[in-house]
Design a protein around this ligand. Structure first.
Ligand SMILES: Cc1cc2nc3c(=O)[nH]c(=O)nc-3n(C[C@H](O)[C@H](O)[C@H](O)COP(=O)(O)OP(=O)(O)OC[C@H]3O[C@@H](n4cnc5c(N)ncnc54)[C@H](O)[C@@H]3O)c2cc1C
Ligand code: FES
Ligand code: FES
Length: 490
């Protein structure tokens, strides 16, 4: 067994903190505001939506220091072992003056009541550090997870552009002290398993994936916490007990992406952001869809494995994974088994899991070059919203006829589910408006959607049919005729 440490250690701005009393459900935001009195980070929603609590978290990923914006309200302190947490207070210059991003917000009148401002500054700081010449679209993407109710985003976008023109990245503390921070984080990484607390406060930070397998097998009732973008809400909104928790976001082995000729194998903790390059390279058809999962902070934290493991009927990746014929590897102790993602979801809240197992990897085949493939999301808000209906289509057409069709929907049933009647009504027929119109009759056999506050049952049924029509139009006439583009409504 790995050696065990009973404390959490991380770098907070420029100070190493060593904590021997942390509970599984302690959030970073509470720690900052209540214990450290670093009150610049604000609590707006406590559910990852508003971005007022945004901080940067740096982590050594395979030895390289990488920073990302995260929502401190749903990030657990226990998951920060070995990280560098950078809060708004760290942006103060050596002379106490404003950071270029802050100065730009002042100059461009980017703040009114100011409640959202620290979070917006941190998101823009993350952008400023990573992209010296951001386009308006880059800035909008960076701000997807930051809600401002009073200023209006025009002034904030002007501030982002002004900060980029002001430059100064080379003098920034995260650049000038990069080597020092890297050395500190390397010192902190002692390869130990962390185990802390008891009862309701109990949690583990495994030393490796093998160690995770051991801990999980010994504690089958534990809560695995990857990005915490679901579990954080269970704690803050449902007051749920998560102990014993097992934090896994630091395990490099679960962040690996392996490419073969036919597809990708990805570790369960690959985040949406980490998968972004793979989307651009191998699945460009879903680039727009991917950018509509959460906001930037949620994509930095949330994992594909977590989206599958949570078994939600409205997760955005399961329809895509099912349409592509993906499979999931589950591990229990040393044993592994692999099941098709579509068979993994058995019923509402019930997946093909065994006590003591965990999701280790996902295997995602590439679509054939001549296959028709797309995914669509319909939600109440464009950005950072959960789907009312999500759909993924993967169709092979040979000699003008549908040779094979895999169509999967989220939000239409108790689980993510294939439209198998519609698929069979399409197969063997010409890929045409008439075939689609005929096949749409099959939706009533495939789905009996429910109505809830997101969408009525009738609306869901209508959207499901219309998305198939949209897919036909886009694959036969081109996307431009069917897409309502941002520029068109600006
Ligand atoms: C503001 C906001 C916006 C969101 N927007 C979207 C959206 O647009 N689309 C969408 O689909 N989702 C969205 N979500 C939900 C969430 O981000 C996703 O479901 C995400 O993929 C969950 O991954 P995670 O790593 O954060 O999971 P966690 O919260 O860490 O865990 C979720 C569940 O999976 C389990 N789990 C995690 N990893 C493993 C593993 N390796 N093995 C076994 N069990 C595991 C956990 O025990 C838990 O039951 C949003 C959430 C928030 C807060
Ligand atoms: S307080 Fe709203 S995202 Fe954290
Ligand atoms: S300035 Fe008031 S919420 Fe943004």
């Amino acid at each position: 067994m790995a050696k065990v440490r009973n404390s959490i250690r991380f770098l907070l701005n420029d100070t190493v903190v060593d904590l021997d009393r942390v509970a599984a459900s302690d959030t970073l935001l509470d720690f900052l505001r209540l214990e450290q009195r670093l009150c610049g980070s604000k609590e707006g929603c406590a559910e990852g939506d508003c971005g007022a609590c945004t901080v940067l978290v740096g982590r050594l990923a395979d030895g390289e220091l990488r920073y990302e914006t995260v929502n401190a309200c749903i990030r657990f302190v226990g998951s920060l072992d070995g990280c560098h947490v950078v809060t708004i207070e760290h942006l103060r210059g050596a002379d106490g003056g404003l950071h270029p991003v802050q100065q730009a917000m002042v100059d461009m009148h980017g703040s009114q009541c100011g409640f959202c401002t620290p979070g917006i500054v941190m998101s823009l700081y993350g952008l400023w550090m990573s992209n010296a010449k951001p386009s308006n679209a880059d800035i909008e993407t960076a701000l997807q997870g930051n809600l401002c109710r009073c200023t209006g985003y025009e002034a904030i976008i002007r501030a982002a552009l002004a900060a980029a023109s002001a430059g100064g990245q080379a003098q920034d503390v995260l650049v000038s002290e990069r080597d020092k921070v890297t050395a500190t984080l390397k010192d902190l990484a002692d390869g130990a398993r962390v185990e802390m607390g008891e009862g309701d406060s109990w949690f583990f930070v495994p030393a490796s994936v093998d160690d995770l397998a051991d801990i999980r097998a010994e504690n089958p009732d534990s809560t695995i916490v990857a990005g915490a973008t679901d579990v954080g809400l269970w704690v803050n909104k449902d007051m749920r007990r998560i102990a014993p928790a097992i934090f896994i976001s630091h395990l490099d082995e679960l962040h690996r992406i392996q490419e073969t000729e036919t597809g990708l194998s990805i570790g369960a903790s690959v985040t949406y952001t980490e998968f972004q390059n793979m989307v651009a390279t191998h699945f460009p058809q879903i680039a727009g869809y991917w950018n509509r999962i959460g906001g930037e902070q949620v994509r930095n934290m949330g994992t594909v494995g977590g989206n599958v493991a949570n078994g939600s009927p409205i997760g955005d990746t399961p329809p895509v994974l099912i349409a592509l014929g993906a499979s999931v590897t589950l591990r229990k102790g040393k044993e592994q088994r692999t099941v098709a993602v579509e068979d993994f979801f058995i019923d509402y809240g019930k997946q093909d899991r065994q006590p003591g197992d965990f999701v280790e990897a996902l295997h995602i085949p590439f679509p054939a070059e001549d296959a028709l493939f797309a995914a669509y999301k319909v939600s109440k808000r464009r950005d950072e919203d959960i789907s009312s209906v999500a759909a993924a289509f993967h169709i092979k057409v040979a000699d003008g006829k549908v040779a094979d069709a895999v169509i999967a929907y989220g939000g239409m049933a108790a689980t993510p589910k294939r439209a198998s009647t519609v698929e069979s009504l399409l197969t063997g027929k010409p890929w045409s408006a008439q075939t689609v119109a005929d096949a749409q009759a099959g939706f009533v056999d495939d789905f009996t959607p429910i109505g809830d506050w997101r969408a009525s049952a009738e609306y869901r049924a209508l959207v499901a049919r219309k998305l198939l029509t949209r897919f036909l139009l886009e694959t036969t006439q081109g996307a431009d005729d069917t897409m309502l583009r941002r520029e068109a409504v600006a």
